[in-house]
Design a protein around this ligand. Structure first.
Ligand code: ATP
Ligand code: HMH
Length: 496
């Protein structure tokens, strides 16, 4: 099975896992069953939901909770299990002891193959979602779960200790809970500070007691419902793969990307939701390489660049000739510096094919530059525009930081130009700027851009988490400077 596939058949299960969320509601859609359903769908499952409690809440806090009679909860559960074969269950907010009792009895009877228990006690906003007197009853439910997913304060309650101050202590508490209740624990470190967020799969009775997973911490306020979303994703992947750690890794990759795009949804004024379908929307699939994710991140910037006056004018041929010449005068200087950076990458490259690629790229860049000078600029040298200076300084800085960042920083120049070339190619005939369009639509250039992307993906895969994140940032900054570079040409005059 490839990494791109949606769940495949395991014995007795159809291609799409049927996953039931038993949880409370969030009318703003970021947490509770609303988040669970999105998460299950985003991870390739079929989502179902039984409501334990109706919660009047939003991104800022919980206002009130209405718990329907437990007899009705029992009816909902039975209605589902009498009809549908359930492949996995995710349990979220349970509210009180009676609710816990009904769910426990149902689990005992139905025995779903996968049960993930998110021991929800307090919302992101700080409001209680489980009565204190029910905390003990929740512990009794632990042995019925295949996995329990506490955050730092919930783990403290389950282990009966104080809140852990660092991740080692989190792991110790998780081991204690796993040992005592005979349950696998996914201890989540979201509440601890630091550049890296750690989680750990802890199984005191398993062959490996602790499997730790680190990921980059995203700077965002949109963290509402991350716990709900994660536990639902893990339940879905577990039904498909039967492997807890694999399921957690996949879910985390998906969650990290969804967290990154949460704020862009602009939902609410407090802690907003994650963007459950960001990856799906960007790619029409669940996963591509690292560069694919960065490319998706600059989607709106790329659209805007294409619509900006410079490229719009180039496309229909209406662009002022002096603006075009001003652009080329800057571009000649840019390419000179760019070639130097490409040569530096050739020196830094460890792999022979990468070394060969960057050397050839540098040479091709210098050839293109002198051709530009000959054809359009007639030997004129313009003053360096601040944007050109900024861009070259950024490239220098990136390559000085390391091969990885350098590779990521030079990529947008290739990739965005290949995209523009291919997009404008149909408009090339009769266009005064045809030669320019042809240069970037040329199959050889497009192939080079693709090769640069493949190399960058390979480098990103080898890099540490932190360096990979810096690569993404270097890439994004270059993309922004590409847009400014086009725009600057409309401001500056002719070359001196
Ligand atoms: N800023 C962040 N960047 C990346 N990952 C994060 C961030 N915050 C949380 N996570 C991840 O999200 C998951 C949920 O973590 P957390 O410890 O916050 O759970 P939680 O408190 O139950 O979530 P919530 O109550 O907000 O729904 C974990 O896998 C954690 O590593
Ligand atoms: C219903 C519900 N479940 C869980 C959480 C935790 O985020 C929440 N805020 N609301």
């Amino acid at each position: 099975m490839t990494d791109f596939a949606v769940p495949v058949n395991t014995v007795g299960m159809p291609a799409v896992a049927r996953v039931l969320s038993i949880a409370g509601t969030d009318p703003t859609g970021g947490a509770g069953i609303q988040a669970d359903l999105k998460s299950i769908a985003a991870n390739g499952g079929y989502g179902m939901a039984v409501v334990t409690a109706l919660v009047a809440q939003n991104t800022q806090g919980v206002r009130s909770v209405h718990t329907p009679p437990v007899a009705f909860l029992r009816e909902q559960l039975q209605a589902v299990s009498d009809d549908v074969q359930i492949d996995a269950v995710k349990i979220g907010m349970l509210g009180d002891r009676d609710v816990i009792g009904v769910v426990s009895a149902w689990l005992e009877r139905v025995r779903p193959p996968v049960v993930v228990l998110d021991p929800v006690m307090v919302a992101t906003s700080g409001d209680r979602l489980l009565s204190t007197e029910a905390e003990h009853a929740l512990r009794d439910l632990l042995p019925q779960a295949g996995l329990v997913t506490p955050n730092v304060p919930e783990l403290a309650v389950l282990s009966g200790a104080g809140e852990a101050g660092d991740f080692d202590e989190v792991v110790r508490q998780a081991l204690e809970v796993s040992q005592r209740w005979g349950v696998r624990v996914l201890a989540k470190g979201g509440h601890l500070a630091g550049e890296v967020v750690s989680d750990a799969l802890v199984d005191a009775h398993g062959p490996v007691a602790v499997q730790r997973l680190d990921s980059v911490r995203i700077t965002t306020k949109a963290t509402h419902g991350t716990g709900c979303s994660l536990s639902s994703a893990v339940a879905t992947w577990q039904a498909a793969t039967g492997e807890w750690f694999t399921s957690i890794e996949r879910s985390k990759r998906w969650l990290t990307e969804s967290l990154r795009h949460g704020e862009a949804l602009a939902v609410g004024r407090g802690h907003g939701p994650v963007s459950h379908f960001a990856g799906l929307w960007a790619r029409g699939g669940l996963e591509t390489g690292f560069t694919g994710e960065w490319w998706a991140r600059i989607a709106s910037l790329r659209r805007a660049t294409g619509a900006d006056p410079f490229l719009a004018g180039l496309a229909d041929g209406s662009l002022d000739r002096s603006a075009f010449t001003a652009y080329l005068a800057q571009d000649a200087q840019y390419l000179d510096g760019y070639a130097t950076v490409l040569f530096r990458l050739a020196q830094l490259a460890g792999e022979p094919d990468e070394r060969a690629f960057w050397s050839a790229a540098a040479a091709a860049c210098l050839t293109a530059e002198s051709a530009l000078h000959r054809t359009w600029l007639d030997g004129h040298v313009a003053e360096l525009d601040p944007v050109t200076g900024d861009y070259l300084a950024h490239l220098d800085q990136a390559v000085a930081a390391g091969y990885e960042q350098g590779v990521a920083a030079v990529l947008p120049c290739y990739w965005m130009y290949a995209e523009v070339g291919v997009r404008l190619a149909p408009a090339a005939a009769g266009n005064p700027y045809r030669e320019w369009i042809d240069t970037y639509a040329a199959p050889l250039f497009v192939q080079s851009a693709e090769q640069a992307r493949v190399i960058t993906d390979r480098v990103a895969a080898r890099a540490s988490l932190v360096v990979r994140e810096q690569m993404g940032q270097a890439f994004e900054r270059s993309a922004h400077l590409e847009r400014e570079f086009f725009a600057a040409s409309l401001r500056v005059g002719l070359p001196a």
